[in-house]
Design a protein around this ligand. Structure first.
Ligand code: ADP
Ligand code: MG
Length: 323
């Protein structure tokens, strides 16, 4: 695109301190990086398309946070330590009023997690962001989806459901004066990738996934890959006081918690032997996790509410039914 080089130099190159394992960052034909000995490199790519994953009119600082945080969350879900990111940006025209807050927020979050931008691509077209993050993890300690065993306990981090309430707000599907509307909209964009939790779960959790499409959609990925089923007590799902005030109805709040996409909390399984160690470790580190159910032999996900089978018709999040 016109002025592409100026744009790249102005906004993307030389904005961060160089990591020791980055030999050559953005500016040449390739980046050169040095992988650590005895560690595997965890790699994940995600694309966010305007109109599908975020609104083009959304606050660019929030969009940057969402794009990078959702990618870092994939590293967290493997127990990996974030290291490098590449960024392909497609935009209809050079829009510096959008780029500046976008980049400031992008680099603030990258610095917080010690991630260096090592390269990318900048092209003209409909607004879309593709990020590839890379991190390190010992191959035999990575948190995979295929290790859950019958009898393991199912946990989630943080609270669930706020992101879906925030989506209601940003799509205008709710009264503007609904309680905590502005706060929940912000939470939709500003999730916290659970990197430290993922690292602490290495060697402890039997399986893990990050919740990007709703626990009701994401936990089944673990179940399928592990060849097991699960029973969830929906009453146990952790919901925020703000979500409860927003929905004004506990049952609806629990439905939100089950189906809320783009939550970026971790869902993981723990064997009974590791359960006490996990609880005391997390108490020490002040990380909120909640046991929501247990792995069973019978395939599928069965949900109970107050001890009775649940009859809601629910499905997870599918990005404006578009994905
Ligand atoms: P090439 O034509 O070799 O693909 P580019 O003109 O696309 O090179 O990019 C020049 C340099 O700027 C490369 O090192 C590339 O990694 C970097 N770069 C381009 N776009 C971005 C971006 N959005 N973020 C970070 N680095 C970028
Ligand atoms: Mg290029």
């Amino acid at each position: 695109m016109p002025g592409e080089f100026n744009l790249i130099d102005k906004y993307f190159v030389g904005r961060q301190a160089q990591r020791e394992d980055v030999l050559l960052a953005a500016g040449d034909d390739c980046a050169l990086v040095q992988a650590p000995v005895n560690q595997a490199i965890a790699i994940s790519t995600d694309t966010l398309v305007a109109g599908t994953h975020f609104l083009a009119s959304a606050n660019p600082a929030w969009v940057a946070h969402k794009a990078l945080a959702s990618n870092i969350s994939d590293l967290a879900a493997m127990g990996a330590s974030p290291a490098w990111v590449s960024f392909a940006l497609t935009m209809p025209e050079v829009d510096e009023a959008w780029l500046k807050p976008f980049c400031d927020s992008f680099f603030a979050l990258a610095n917080e997690y010690g991630i260096q931008l090592i390269g990318g691509d900048t092209t003209k077209g409909p607004l879309s962001l593709t990020l590839t993050v890379q991190g390190f993890v010992a191959a035999d300690k990575a948190l995979r989806r295929d290790g859950a065993k019958v009898g393991d306990w199912v946990y989630v981090s943080g609270n669930l459901g706020d992101a879906k309430a925030g989506l209601d707000v940003l799509l205008g599907n709710t009264a503007l004066n609904a309680p905590y509307a502005a706060e929940l909209e912000k939470r939709h964009y500003l999730s916290t990738p659970r990197v430290l939790l993922g690292q602490r779960l290495q060697g402890v959790a039997s399986a893990a996934i990050d919740i990007s499409d709703g626990v009701i959609s994401d936990l089944p990925h673990i179940l399928k890959r592990s060849g097991v089923g699960a029973q969830l007590q929906v009453d146990e799902l952790p919901i925020s006081a703000e979500l409860l005030a927003f929905t004004r109805d506990r049952e609806q709040a629990l439905q939100y918690a089950l189906t809320s996409g783009e939550e970026y909390e971790l869902c993981f399984t723990i064997s009974p032997q590791h359960r006490d160690a996990l609880e005391s470790m997390l108490l020490e580190s002040n990380t909120k996790v909640t046991c929501i159910g247990q792995i069973v032999a019978q395939a599928g996900l069965s949900l109970t509410l107050q001890g009775k089978p649940l009859e809601w018709q629910l499905s997870g999040y599918d990005h404006f039914n578009n994905n």
